[in-house]
Every structure is written in C-alpha cells, then in structure tokens.
Write a protein that binds this ligand. Structure first.
Ligand code: TPP
Ligand code: MG
Length: 332
C-alpha cells in the first residue's frame, strides 16, 4: 500500500474487523474448550484469517460458499451469524445446523453458506453442482469452493475441476495451502516441482498463486476474479500460501511433537495478517490506535454475548434429533 484512498481505507478497516472477529472468536473457543461444554472436534484457522475475510468481503451475500473441516473463518468471513455458529459448536438447537452438525458441519442458507464437511474434498463437487445450478437458473451468482492443499490429493478434485472447466461454470476455487495435511508436509505428498496453481491450468481452469497473509492483496485478486466469473467467463482458481498456528485439530499448540519446527512457526508468526494490516494502517495514519482498540472492544462484546447465547440455548429435543434439516417447513 502506498498512499491510501478513502475507499481503500474503508475496505482495509472492514477486512481488519472481519479478521479480528475470526481470531478473537477462535481464541475464546480455545480458551474455553477445556470446560467440556463444546463437545465436537474443532479445527481452528488462527493465522489463516486473511483468506476468509478477503474472500467473504469480495463475495455477495447471495453467492454460495462450501467449506471444509476448518470452516469457522469461511462462515464468519461470509457474514455468518456468530451466535448461530457458537450455538452449533455447543450442540444447541439454535445452532445454524440445529445443533446436529457441530464445528465441521456448518450450514446457513441465509448467508449462502451451503455446507462444510469433514470428508476431505467432499464439498468440492457440491460447490461445482451449485455452479451448475446457477448457470441453469441463469442468475449472476458465484459458487465459491474452499479447500486445503490436502484435498488436492482426492480424485474428486480432478473430476470437479474438469466439469467446471468444461461447462464454464461460475465457480471460484480457493485453495488455502498451509503446507500440511494433519502432520504431513506437502513435499511428502505431492511432487516438489509440481505447483497446484500450475497443475489446474492443465485441466483448463486459470490458476494463480499469491501470499495468503496479505489480506489487501487477496481481496484485490479475488475481487477481480469475481468480476471475471460473474461475467460468464468460467471458473478461476487461487492457491494462497498461509499457515495454521495451532494443532491440526484442537485448541493447543503442537510444535513440540516434531512434525514441524518452532522456527518455521515463528517465521510465519512474523507474517501475522492482522498485525501486518494493523501496522500498515497505523503507519499511514489511516486509523488511530484508539479506533483499533474500539473495534476490538465491540468485537469482544459480540463474542461475549454469543457465548452467553450458546450456553443459554436448549439442546435439541428428542423428537427433533433425527428430522431432516432440509425438510420443507410446511411439510412437517
Ligand atoms: C476422505 C478423507 N480422508 C482423510 C481424512 C482425514 N483428514 C482430515 S483433515 C485432513 C487433512 C486435510 O488437509 P488440508 O486439506 O490441507 O486442510 P487443512 O487441515 O490443512 O486445513 C485429513 C487427511 C478425511 N477427513 N477424509
Ligand atoms: Mg493443509
């Protein structure tokens, strides 16, 4: 960022707010996980917030999103309801999936969040199918598919990209390459010189690679891709380099167990997307420290209220437990 235009500042401030909302929510989940009231596994995205915030802001509310086991950031970035997300993690009937899905199975059609699943790659064809539905319905929506670098090793990834390219579907693929699939480094899983964003070009989907912790850069790239896709030119694919700070699944840090080094983690911590944007805005005089503090206080207040809501909400009653989430209301 050189000199900042007013519009750029507004976008940057909104991105900062979205990233903080994700980070502070997940830090609170981590802090309170040991209370044993959140009983589902949770995959935190702390360190990776920039991609979620930027993609969410570049999309419209009526655009579709499908996601993975690491879904909190994707949902909140898309404008998801914090109360409904936390209630879902607490297994409560007020949760966005009626308390039946937990952290890895968030669905909220009111913000176009069409589902996340723990089956690696499982939502990729669903996102492509949503793209087909958009084309058949002749609307100008977009379907966005979030996936990790590990999902690239699933066969369905190739079938789905092929179909999206063939039919020129309005699909935005966002691959968050955080280098790891659980404890396995990328280079023990995929040939070293074969880049994901290059490989997809061979399938017929234009691919690009960029720094996933530079939130303004991600926003600008995705925003122009969204225009491209909306104008009917077919799918686009981004591979964003980023890093999860905590263990694969759960609230703790796990650098001591030996699959990655403390040095690597510290190196990525220096690229903290929130710290980078904050210092950029402060050094340009675009916001004051007081304004940032105020933003943080209001996000913390929302989080406090959402946890209270989740705790106070009832569990699903017995008769509700096995009903179909998609059952039409007038059919009950
Ligand atoms: C079909 C399938 N195979 C294996 C797993 C076990 N598993 C869960 S998460 C994960 C790693 C996913 O890595 P990546 O896609 O890079 O996402 P990240 O966890 O890094 O965000 C694996 C192998 C699974 N859930 N589903
Ligand atoms: Mg990964």
């Amino acid at each position: 960022m050189h000199s900042l235009l007013k519009e750029e500042v507004n976008i940057a401030v909104e991105l900062l707010r979205r990233m903080k909302r994700i980070r502070l929510t997940e830090e609170t989940i981590a802090e309170r996980y040991s209370e044993w009231k959140m009983r589902c596994p949770t995959h935190l995205c702390i360190g990776q917030e920039a991609v979620s915030a930027a993609v969410g802001l570049a999309l419209r509310k009526d655009d579709f999103v499908v996601s993975t086991h690491r879904a909190h950031g994707h949902y909140l970035g898309k404008g998801g309801d914090l109360k409904r997300m936390l209630a879902e993690i607490y297994g409560k009937s007020t949760g966005c999936s009626s308390g039946k899905g937990g952290s890895m199975h968030l669905i909220d059609e009111s913000v176009g969040f069409m589902g996340s699943t723990a089956i690696l790659g499982g939502t990729i064809p669903i996102g492509v199918g949503l793209g087909l539905s958009i084309k058949l319905n002749n609307t100008d929506q977009i379907s966005c598919v979030f996936l990790g670098d590990g999902a690239v090793e699933e066969g369905v990834f190739y079938e789905s990209l092929n179909f999206a390219a063939l039919k020129k579907l309005p699909v935005l693929f966002i691959c968050e390459n955080n280098l790891y699939s659980v404890y396995s480094l990328l280079k023990v899983r995929q040939p070293a010189r074969r880049k994901i964003y290059e490989m997809v070009k061979a399938i017929g989907v234009p691919g690009e690679h960029a720094d996933g912790n530079d939130v303004m850069g991600v926003y600008e790239k995705v925003n122009s891709a969204v225009d491209f896709i909306r104008s009917g030119k077919g799918p686009r694919f981004f591979e964003f380099a980023t890093y999860r700070w905590r263990e694969h699944c759960g609230p703790n840090f796990d650098n001591h167990i030996g699959y990655r080094t403390e040095e690597e983690y510290l190196c990525w911590k220096k690229k903290d997307p929130i710290m980078l944007l904050e210092s950029n805005l402060l050094s340009h005089g675009a916001v004051s420290k007081e304004e940032i503090d105020k933003m943080e206080i209001s996000v913390q207040q929302e989080i406090k209220e959402a946890f209270e809501y989740a705790e106070a909400s009832p569990f699903p009653v017995e008769g509700e437990t096995f009903t179909d989430l998609y059952k039409p209301k007038d059919d009950s």
